[in-house]
Design a protein around this ligand. Structure first.
Ligand code: ZN
Length: 61
């Protein structure tokens, strides 16, 4: 019987790995493109993964 030995889950539970996003401000720049603001996840600080004990603690809350 095969044993599944998965790597410990380290993906941030707060952002599911999408740690850094660009949010449009609604303002258009001179070249017509949208002005964006980069925002990082506050839990993992833009990394997307966190230490295993932190992930377990975050899930319990
Ligand atoms: Zn995160």
């Amino acid at each position: 019987m095969p044993q599944h030995n998965h790597a410990p889950i380290r993906i941030c539970p707060n952002c599911s790995g999408f740690a850094s996003v660009a949010i449009a401000t609604g303002v258009r720049l001179r070249d017509g493109s949208r002005d964006t603001v980069p925002v990082n996840c506050q839990t993992c600080h833009g990394i997307g993964t966190i230490a295993r004990p932190l992930a377990v603690a975050a899930k319990a809350v």
